[in-house]
Design a protein around this ligand. Structure first.
Ligand code: 4AD
Ligand code: MG
Length: 433
């Protein structure tokens, strides 16, 4: 008899198998017990018929508690009524680990309670579906950039630089020096691009943002591609192909998970149709002003969440907003060739109210210009000499971008809050569990 995973049931119909499972729920009558089972690969039902098993096994099936771990042996059958499509008719149960008073019961719980029990909440069906989709997006990311000829270059987490400004830095001691937790791997990816052409990083990044919104994490994972000999227009094409690839792979490989979440697949399919619309920051400001809904909005300001939501709603697809005011963007962005008030950059705004999922730009190539910018940003020039070297020795046009993984997961899964897009979220008031 083979030991299998629930997900492999389809290959074992009418066969006798053994599966290691946890009990998520159960109901029973005098003659039959239905055990809801999970093993991390899928969820399905075990059926225990009193007349077909020993008295001990039937008694155990009636008494076993939520989240008890056990081996069940039995025969796989098709089950057209269930979402999964298969069930197991159980002949034997062997308890592995008891479970008493599991805190997350099938009734409704408040968010704080669930967040306090995140280590257990991860076992729930919706959380399972979100984490599997997150995993698929990571897998597809490596596949996409590998197929496109990128080399993964890992950026450090402990750094002496502040690419995205100094207000959101996590400060720490580095022996007798100061250091910060990385806000972005970008500057290191630029060094990587000058060494290996097309590179990307994927790692945790940290922002001490005092914002308590549905879109902000203190610790989040970012994918940061950087391409040498590349202008912004070509970078935008890579960005939209990458996003469409993520959505397509989730559609192709996560049908079961999307069904668990009740996510509309036709809506997702629309997001695989390219190109995505492109508008300038100037046009975005005009659209907002003309809408009559944002009387306060003025050229030169960054968009808040309602503005981003409105803009993306006008297109029903992700939309690139290009060339923001220089004053509200980081020091490294390439200045516009004919206007000194904007830079060559774009944010990709996701529809359905999810806001900015990508920030990217072409990078300034001139060492003297960058020196000025670094000083103006209030940063210590000594810490950036290595970065300036990239412009001193064979500087080339180059562009790159950063995708916030959890923002993208929240959008593709259709979840309300970014805290559910990462296994153990770090939020303004939470570092437990
Ligand atoms: O726009 P950001 O700050 O850009 C950068 O860090 C660039 N250095 C990236 C690059 O060009 N290599 O951040 C990039 C993305 C955002 O679009 C958003 O998706 C995500 O990172 N992000 C956050 N996600 C969750 N919580 C936060 N607090 C986030 N801040 C940014
Ligand atoms: Mg940004």
């Amino acid at each position: 008899m083979e030991t299998i995973s629930i997900i492999d049931s389809k290959n074992h119909v009418n066969e006798k198998v053994k599966i290691g499972v946890w009990l998520t729920n159960k109901r029973s009558s005098g003659k039959i017990a239905f055990l809801q089972l999970r093993d991390g690969s899928a969820y399905f039902q075990g059926v225990v018929v009193k007349n077909n098993v020993s008295d001990e096994v039937f008694q155990l099936a009636k008494e076993v508690k939520q989240e008890t771990s056990m081996y069940v042996t039995g025969t796989i059958h098709e089950d057209s009524r269930s979402h999964f499509g298969y069930e197991i008719e159980i002949d034997d149960i062997e308890v592995v680990g008891e479970s008493e008073n599991y805190p997350i019961t099938p009734k409704e719980h408040g968010t704080d309670f669930l967040m306090d029990h995140r280590h257990l909440w991860l076992r729930s069906k919706r959380q399972f579906a979100i984490m599997k989709i997150r995993n698929e997006m990571i897998r597809a990311t490596y596949e996409f950039f590998n197929d496109e000829g990128f080399t993964k270059v890992d950026a450090p987490i402990l750094t002496g630089s502040a690419p995205e400004g100094t207000t959101e830095l996590f400060h720490t001691k580095y022996f007798d020096r100061d250091a910060y937790l990385s806000q972005s791997g970008q500057l290191y990816e630029e060094a990587g691009a000058m060494a290996y052409g097309k590179v990307f990083s994927f790692g945790p990044t940290f922002r001490a943002e005092k914002s308590k919104t549905r879109r902000h994490l203190i610790e989040f994972w970012m994918i940061e591609p950087e391409m040498a000999f590349m202008h912004q227009e070509e970078s935008l094409e890579i960005q939209e192909r990458y996003i469409a690839y993520l959505v397509q792979n989730v559609l192709d490989h996560c049908d079961y998970e999307l069904d668990i979440l009740g996510r509309d697949k036709d809506v997702l399919k629309r997001y695989t149709e390219l190109p995505y619309p492109r508008i300038s920051y100037d046009e975005a400001i005009k659209m907002l002003q003309d809408s009559g809904k944002f009387p306060e909005v003025k050229w030169g300001e960054d968009f808040g969440s309602p503005e981003e939501t409105y803009l993306a709603e006008q297109f029903n697809k992700p939309v690139f907003v290009m060339n923001y005011p220089k004053a509200i963007k980081p020091f490294y962005m390439k200045p516009h060739p004919t206007r000194d008030d904007v830079v060559i950059c774009a944010d990709l705004l996701a529809p359905e109210g999810y806001g900015e999922i990508i920030g990217g730009s072409e990078r300034a190539t001139d060492a003297e210009y960058l020196e000025e910018q670094i000083k103006n940003a209030g940063l210590n020039l000594d810490d950036y000499q290595w970065y300036l070297d990239l412009r001193r020795y064979g500087s080339v046009p180059h562009s790159g971008f950063g995708l916030g993984l959890e923002r993208a997961v929240t959008w593709i899964t259709g979840e309300d809050h970014i805290r559910e897009a990462i296994p153990f979220p770090r939020l303004l008031n939470r570092i437990y569990p």
